[in-house]
Design a protein around this ligand. Structure first.
Ligand code: AMP
Length: 462
């Protein structure tokens, strides 16, 4: 099936062809006709499925069918995303797909100055991509009029709820006209999502695409047992010996990320750290340098890595295992996408044996072991409790407005102290992504996303 048969106009098809897309993905095949028909849509699709084009292409077409009003253009389509990163990516897509249309789009999110956003809104915008917090800030300052919105998209609605945005979403909904088309995308369908969908959608068409293969099926995984003190040496050796050129390394803590990046640089391996204490500018730079190949290693904490959009990443290293087994799957999900195969290596010290067992229980299989001669663990070293990093949390933490707003409403705020966890697989993307830096030339940072989990401690150092 080709894009031509979906009913999209020539200007949109041209933009799509320029992206190199040859045929629509399953979500696009299903969603595009529904949206073009003006129906509400409840779509189950993860990042990586092509969902963004699935709603953006028909949305642009519908808007372009009705000419924009003269004078200042009101916002006619509003796309809400949970994170700056996603907002930036969606905004970039909108720009690309609408390049041959007479359509203005804008991305607004927190962490950057609000004034330029206000100025651009004043000039008139047809399609607004926004994180909820910043959108409300703009609305409170009367910088945005949402009363003419014809199409609303809630992208990654499950993450929005996880991040505590429900109240913000309600506030935004209250500013929209009652008559509009609503599109809700979510990777998962909890009761909360169903409740939201029931309230939001009118007689929706439901579309669903299969979950992507889990990373664990596509990624070659290995474990190397090694003493904590010798991890850096082993990592440097493997990077050098096997000539790894692009390696995403995970640590549990921000301090650990900084320290490791410094050490790798001393070893002659170019590296930078990316975590919640880094400024937006520093994160943007580190990510751009990593994507362009001017640094080989990006050392990241789980939360900072959450929104990283890196094409076909060949190597992921768990320098420290995550405290939460699911995070392992998210980490290695950053490699081995689509046609690419990836390799995930975990360096496991004696303290982490229990974490490894938890991960293997989750994967329902043992990860193959490798051992480089000379790096065998010293059997006399006893396990010590792991003090740092994200710990499991009680239900409800990280779910308040403050948490959610922080995502879009503050600058380089420390991330992750709230026990929010990455979720969903927005990791490396299948194609056409390496050049992406996010909207307005800003690479947005990783997202915090909360998810309920049992018990224990809070930690602010990831
Ligand atoms: P998304 O799920 O929207 O985040 O899209 C994931 C990636 O797939 C992005 O890099 C898109 O540029 C790419 N993509 C979207 N639609 C297609 C398509 N029909 N063919 C190939 N790549 C696509």
């Amino acid at each position: 099936m080709s894009f031509d048969s979906l009913g999209l106009n020539a200007d949109i098809l041209r933009a799509v062809a320029e992206q190199g897309y040859r045929e629509p993905t399953p979500i696009q095949r299903q969603a595009i006709p529904v949206v073009l028909a003006g129906r509400d849509l409840l779509a189950s699709a993860q990042t990586g499925t092509g969902k963004t084009a699935g709603f953006t292409l028909p949305l642009l077409q519908r808007l372009s069918e009705k000419p924009a009003a003269r004078g200042r253009r009101p916002v006619r389509a509003l796309i809400l995303t949970p994170t700056r990163e996603l907002a930036a990516q969606v905004g970039e897509n909108v720009r690309e797909y609408s390049q041959y249309l007479n359509m203005r789009s804008l991305v607004v999110f927190g962490g950057v100055s609000i004034n330029p956003q206000m100025m651009k809104l004043r000039g008139g915008v047809d399609v607004l991509v926004a994180t909820p917090g910043r959108l409300l800030d703009l609305a409170h300052q009367n910088a945005v009029d949402l009363s003419q919105v014809e199409i609303l998209v809630l992208d990654e609605a499950d993450r929005m709820l996880d991040m505590g945005f429900i109240h913000d979403i309600r506030r935004v909904l209250a500013k929209l006209p009652a008559k509009r088309q609503n599109l809700l995308f979510s990777a998962t369908f909890s009761d909360e999502i169903k409740t939201l969908a029931e309230k939001l959608l009118t007689n929706p068409e439901q579309v669903e695409v299969a979950r992507r293969n889990t990373a664990s099926e596509q990624v070659s995984q290995q474990v190397h047992f090694v003493d904590k003190k010798r991890k850096r040496e082993l990592l440097s050796l493997m990077i050098g010996r096997d000539n790894w050129q692009q390696v995403l390394v995970f640590t549990r803590t921000k301090h650990g990320a900084n320290h490791l990046a410094e050490q790798l640089n001393k070893d002659g391996i170019t590296a930078a750290a990316i975590h919640g204490n880094k400024s937006q500018g520093a994160r943007t730079r580190a990510l751009a340098d990593f994507k362009s190949g001017s640094i080989r290693v990006l050392v990241a904490t789980d939360i900072a890595a959450r929104g990283l959009d890196i094409e076909e990443l060949p190597h992921v290293v768990n320098y420290e295992l995550p405290n939460v087994a699911e995070d392992y799957v998210h980490r290695i999900g950053r490699t081995g996408r689509a046609a690419a195969t990836g390799a995930a290596l975990s360096l496991v010290c004696v303290d982490e044996h229990k974490l490894l067992r938890d991960i293997e229980r989750l994967l329902k299989r043992e990860i193959p072991r490798i051992a480089l001669e000379g790096f065998e663990p010293d059997p006399s070293i006893k396990a010590e409790p792991i003090q740092n990093g994200r710990q499991q949390q009680s239900r409800g933490q990280g779910q308040g407005r403050g948490q959610g707003r922080g995502q879009s409403g503050s600058g380089a705020r420390p991330q992750g102290g709230s026990g929010q966890r990455p979720q969903g697989g927005s990791g490396a993307r299948p194609q056409g992504e390496a050049r992406r830096q996010g909207g307005n030339g800003q690479a947005a940072p990783a997202a915090n996303s909360g998810r309920r989990r049992p018990a224990v401690k809070k930690s602010g150092n990831v």
